[in-house]
Design a protein. Sequence first.
Length: 363
Amino acid sequence: MEKQERLRIFIIVSSVLFAILLMANLVKAKGTVDIKETKRKVNEKNNSIVSSFDYNAKTVVAALKNEIIIYDGKNLVKKNDKFKNIFETRLAINDFVMKVEQEDIYILDKIDKILYKINKDGEIVSQAKFMESGQNIYPLKNGDVLLSYNTNVAADGIIVYDSDMKPKTNINYPNSLISTVNFEESTNTIYVSVQVNNLADITNTIYAYNSNYEVQSINSYKNLLTIEMINTNNSKLILDPTRLYILDGKYKNVATIDAQNSFAGMVLVNEKIYLLDGNKNVRIYDKTGKLLEEKAFKDTINKMILDMPQIIYIGTTSVHTQNRTMEFAKDIEKSVLLSNNKLVLFFKGNVEIIRLVDRKSVV
């Protein structure tokens, strides 16, 4: 009897221990904690921390307030500003587009034709299945998300989803290609720029919609290819590779600025227009088209990031801010700026997180 009692106690204790271990493994597998701790070190020269990271060509990154969103077609990861995991969600997609807005993450599966909405905790809260060939997504600050698609009959279109991913409307643009979408928050106006392909010429048409997606205005321009668009209450900036069009609030031309090389980017800050002209030159204008300043860089500039009230210039192997220039041994693959003024640079093999404010303190 004594042996049987000992055996019974052993079985009970073993079962309890097994259950505890099983629960621990389930919690760990859920991806809410950092399973693989990255190696970190401090770079005092740049006032930064450097962490190991397996970067690949499919990796896309975005800033979500003070946090970093990373997706590579297999795992969606959120990290804090010290590059420690907050969550990790498995989501396998071969051909995708990822965007973030407010606290939500949107991922477009272009093959299976599904649009996912993922909350700040890494949970898929809703999704939309569509029949069209999705190309891009544009989450808006009003909670809507626009899915642009193309068809096999030379007509692009947009499906508008509400915050619950329920379709609101489907807008079709015959014989057109959608080039860009822009949202003007102060007036709650949505702008859609399309290229209308005629036999004689190429016409760029800009549609302005109110919050109910009713057309407020249609304006067309010949031989214009919109690569970027900025809309405010009193001005419209339309960037073409060869020129910038400065328009007033009623779409009347104020000025036209021709590129010396080829325009590749535009930023508007404090009524100043920053134009990336070619690989190594930035030209700064006011809204009347007057040239205020020119900047020349030794390194190729690939991106301009607005960090009020300054611009951060991201080069191939360098970063230029208002007060300093930082150079790196490897090419910068991706970059994002967090809301707490930490710049995150992705390289092959590692990530560097740089504090841009208060350089004397260590991250």
